[in-house]
Design a protein around this ligand. Structure first.
Ligand SMILES: C[S@@+](CC[C@H](N)C(=O)[O-])C[C@H]1O[C@@H](n2cnc3c(N)ncnc32)[C@H](O)[C@@H]1O
Length: 388
């Protein structure tokens, strides 16, 4: 069984998640509604919509799950109501507008799985004017966290692993948002809502977000924790918060500091963040303010720490050669592999069968391919992505 299928097993096995979607779909989908299940995977959300009385469901998936979704649909007897579409939601069309769009593209911190991009497109092209989305709102939460295990992952690069100096990696390590899991004990203050967003109507760049959180206990601040709460319907929320009564089974995110900061109870942790959802980029800056002096009257706020701005952009493995190719004055020229791809695309003229395209490709680019089978594999990869 492929690991993709096992990933979907985990989605289905997440009882809090399935229960939340089931209840929200029951609340929102009315008998006779037309529903879009965006990123259907196994098709679970569309099946729940059918159970709630949907007349028709368009189930779209851009991955290999679409074939299984068809079979699962058949196994459940909904084949007369669910229409499966293989492709990315942003690249396909629907024959009619829908009453409801439902998807779980929320990610760990509430934005990284394409929720804003896909819902914005779906609202514009697929949703009726009074149509509803599930979720209708996504809140992004942050909290100061003490998490030695996560911190050790960052510091790993400073400790000469294998007896050698790997310190050039550390700047990337402090500019990375890590999947992590928090318990109540990891939190140093009450979580704050950093942003509250309508997934289908949010800016492309979510800039200048701020939260100020008072430490409720002393401890060591290692970083900022992030997670989400999604309002699926009027009465149903779904969250991976460590404080949720029934959290779903999904990681949180750890945004590290440069250096740990000792916090006293009452200190203030100020977080600034900006997010570019489509590029999955986050920048964060953290300041800690404490008090100077002991007596109540002599207490004066002082800044205990100010971090340089972190950015997941700085944490990316960017190759200088690739960066050079993104400059506006760069004059691109195809490599021999680019030429081969161009050949395949040009040979797809709506007349030639695949075997002829493969043969022609091998003849034109015999230096690239060690055998006709290799050329055929290359042609198939291009054709499955771009041909009808
Ligand atoms: C997080 S899984 C959710 C699957 C299913 N909806 C569920 O709730 O169990 C996301 C699925 O959406 C698909 N996907 C992601 N973005 C998509 C898009 N823009 N269009 C179509 N499919 C997409 C992926 O291939 C994957 O199967």
């Amino acid at each position: 069984m492929s690991l993709v299928v096992d990933e979907h097993r985990q989605y289905l096995d997440d009882k809090a998640r399935v229960a939340a979607f089931r209840q929200a779909i029951r609340e929102i989908v009315k008998p006779g509604n037309v529903v879009l299940d965006l990123g259907c995977g196994t098709g679970i959300l569309g099946l729940l919509a059918c159970q709630a009385g949907a007349a028709r469901v368009y189930a779209i998936d851009g991955g290999g799950m679409i074939q299984l979704a068809r079979e699962i649909c058949l196994a459940n007897g909904f084949q007369d109501r669910i229409i499966h579409i293989n492709g990315l939601s942003t690249q396909v069309d629907l024959p009619e507008r829908v009453d409801v769009v439902v998807a779980d593209q929320i990610g760990r911190f509430g934005f990284e799985a394409g929720v804003f991009e896909y819902f914005a497109d779906a609202r514009e092209r697929f949703l009726k004017p009074a149509g509803r989305t599930i979720p209708a709102r996504v809140d992004l939460y942050v909290a100061p966290v003490e998490h030695r295990v996560m911190w050790n992952q960052v510091e790993f690069w400073s400790h000469s692993p294998a007896g050698l100096n790997f310190s050039p990696v550390r700047p990337l390590a402090t500019n990375t948002g890590y999947p992590s899991t928090y318990r109540r004990r990891h939190l140093l203050g009450k979580p704050a809502v950093l942003a509250s967003l309508d997934p289908s109507n949010s800016p492309k760049a979510i800039l200048g977000l701020q939260a100020s959180i008072v430490a409720t206990r002393k401890g060591t601040l290692h970083g900022i924790g992030g997670w989400f709460l999604a309002q699926l319907s009027a009465h149903v929320t779904m969250s991976n918060s460590p404080l949720a009564r029934h959290p779903i089974n999904r990681h949180n995110v750890f945004f590290p500091l440069d250096r740990p900061v000792k916090l006293a109870k009452g200190d203030q942790v100020r977080v600034q963040m900006s997010i570019l959802p489509t590029d999955t980029l986050v920048t964060w800056t953290v300041e800690v303010w404490g008090f100077h002096g002991n007596g109540r009257s002599s207490k004066q706020r002082i800044r205990k720490a100010r971090e340089t701005t972190h950015s997941t952009f700085q944490g990316m493995l960017l190759c200088q050669d690739d960066l050079r190719k993104t400059r506006p004055d760069f004059i691109p020229k195809l490599t021999s592999w680019g030429e081969a791809r161009l050949s395949v695309l040009a040979l797809c003229d709506g007349q030639k069968p695949l075997e002829e395209i493969e043969r022609e490709l091998y003849q034109r680019h015999s230096k690239l391919f060690r055998s006709p089978a290799e050329a055929a594999k290359f042609a198939s990869e291009v054709i499955t992505s771009y041909a009808l």
